[in-house]
Design a protein around this ligand. Structure first.
Ligand code: NAD
Length: 483
């Protein structure tokens, strides 16, 4: 299928630097994962162009921070309104470059716009404090100041939402930004830059650079002018960014990989657990940091839950995300399919039972739903983020074992718990080593709540009023008012 006309109208194939569209002789292709068709060729920028983007963000910062918070809020609200107005085109663009089903892409547009709306509201509530001083005649005031120009580095799995979750708070508090989208999905970010341009956002406030992730991402992270780096992506790259920021004492936020446990207690409402499992596992074909990765099911309900989940998974329609009724699109690229294949083969070789599903041919773009049971801790599928539509089920006894298994990972992003007894649910929830918990709920992401992980899953929070904190520094002023 070719690109939808509403999406075509949003395609920008140049970078956005200092309020202007910037071309480059060197380019790379952005392809549709469902068809391999080239959607656009975007700049593979050289170091000098990236430096111009950094310089533009630096030059624009004093005037942007000096604008009233109400002005900045209006910009965010304007961008959100435009996103909602163009929702069909944007959704089609996301499906074209990422592969997710159109209905999910439309959901992502609404979710992404909600961050801009939320932070438009928060922009005018960046309060300070006054603190009683210990000496008469002194006044202590604590202000919140924007950290400065920021590098925003985003992944391909939610190309709109992962950007607006950073852009919203950054612009709200008065920071300027250089955005670096993933190579697979730069078109959504460039389309949003187009909206900012049309709205008259001052040159340099938002810049978008595209190119080789390690090279230009590394340049942004290494630049001392970037006072903060906000990164969403893999744990390995996140750690390397944290090292560079540590050496140069700069702020860094990291939203990294997960390995979410999905715990089903023996008193769970299995209809509810099944509904939660389907959304937690199969959204974006499992390519989500909050995807349920390890199903830990208490033995009395293990068979029934496995059978029901297998039947529901087998009924999901796999195909081109634009086709009606499809709920699992292609994985982002063939490397992703190969990774999922490796994990499934490893599990089967180590004794997992294939309940439903088949492994695809070697050159496949798609992988259908697969349900594996009798998972053990030595299997790669238990240790690694699957990032595909594969359910891995392990039976367990008692709440203590469920908790121990849930915490048996370096990751600590999210966990899901299903059960009925409120006391048990509270006890299990309290013991889970994660930043977020869904209790009888398979979808926790929302603009009002602090999204983020502990352990190897990252540092900092995005969304909610806490999402502003990572973009501000506290400045304390001691004032002598009487002497
Ligand atoms: P990735 O780490 O390969 O890439 C993420 C971004 O970093 C891309 O823009 C990439 O070009 C850039 N990059 C790559 N090397 C770099 C370097 N050396 N310096 C600076 N930038 C560099 O991750 P991905 O494959 O795009 O995304 C998938 C990962 O993201 C998964 O692990 C997933 O769990 C994680 N993720 C986390 C969250 C969260 O909120 N915690 C959300 C979405 C995705």
């Amino acid at each position: 299928m070719s690109l939808d006309p509403a999406a075509r109208a949003l395609v920008r194939s140049d970078c956005y630097i200092d309020g202007a569209w910037v071309a480059s002789a060197a380019r790379f292709a952005v392809t549709d994962p469902a068809t391999d068709l080239v959607l656009a060729e975007v700049p593979d920028l050289d170091a000098a162009a990236v430096e111009r983007a950094i310089a533009a963000a630096t030059a624009a910062f004093p005037a942007w921070r000096a604008r009233s918070a109400y002005d900045r809020a209006a910009v965010l609200a304007g961008m959100a309104a435009r996103m909602r107005q163009e929702k069909d085109g944007l959704a089609a663009l996301i499906t074209a470059e990422n592969g997710k089903p159109l209905a999910e892409a439309a959901g992502e547009v609404a979710y992404a716009a909600s961050f801009l709306e939320w932070f438009a509201g928060e922009a005018v509530r960046v309060y300070g404090e006054t603190v009683p001083a210990s000496s008469v005649g002194q006044r202590i005031e604590v202000q919140r100041a924007p950290v400065g120009p920021c590098a925003l580095i985003t992944p391909w799995n939610f190309p709109a939402a992962m950007l607006t979750r950073k852009l919203g708070p950054a612009l709200a508090v008065g920071c300027t930004v250089v955005c670096k989208p993933a190579e697979a999905t730069p078109l959504t970010t460039l389309a949003l830059a187009g909206f900012a341009h049309d709205l008259g956002v001052p040159p340099g406030v938002i810049n978008v650079v595209t190119g080789d992730g390690a090279r230009i991402g590394g340049q942004l992270v290494g630049s001392l002018a970037m006072r903060k780096v906000s990164f969403t992506g893999s744990t390995a790259v996140g750690r390397s960014i944290a090292r560079v920021c540590a050496e140069t004492t700069r702020r860094v936020s990291l939203e990294l990989g997960g390995n979410a446990p999905f715990v089903v207690l023996d008193d769970a409402d299995l209809d509810r657990a099944l509904a939660g499992a389907l959304v937690a596992k199969f959204r974006n074909a499992g390519q989500s940091c909050v995807a349920a990765n390890r199903f830990i099911v208490q033995r009395p309900v293990a068979q029934a839950f496995t059978d029901r989940l297998a039947a529901a998974a087998a009924a999901l329609v796999v195909g081109d995300g634009r086709a009606p009724g499809v709920s699992i699109g292609p994985l982002v690229d063939r490397r992703a399919v190969a990774k999922v294949r490796r994990l499934v083969e490893d599990a089967l070789a180590r004794g997992a039972r294939l309940v439903t599903g088949t492994l695809p041919a070697d050159d496949a773009r798609w992988i259908g739903p697969i349900v594996l049971a009798e998972i053990t801790g030595e299997m790669a599928v238990w240790r690694e983020e699957i990032f595909g539509p594969v359910v891995a089920i392990r039976a367990c006894d008692g709440d203590d074992e469920a908790i121990a298994l849930a915490n048996d990972t370096d990751a600590g992003l999210v966990a899901y718990v299903f059960g009925r007894d409120p006391g048990r649910l509270r006890r299990v929830t309290a013991a889970l080593e994660v930043g977020m918990v869904g209790v009888n709920e398979g979808l926790v992401s929302t603009a009002q709540a602090p999204f983020g992980g502990i352990k190897a899953s990252g540092l900092g929070r995005e969304g909610s009023h806490h999402g502003l904190e990572d973009y501000t520094d506290l400045k304390y002023v001691m004032e002598r008012v009487a002497w």
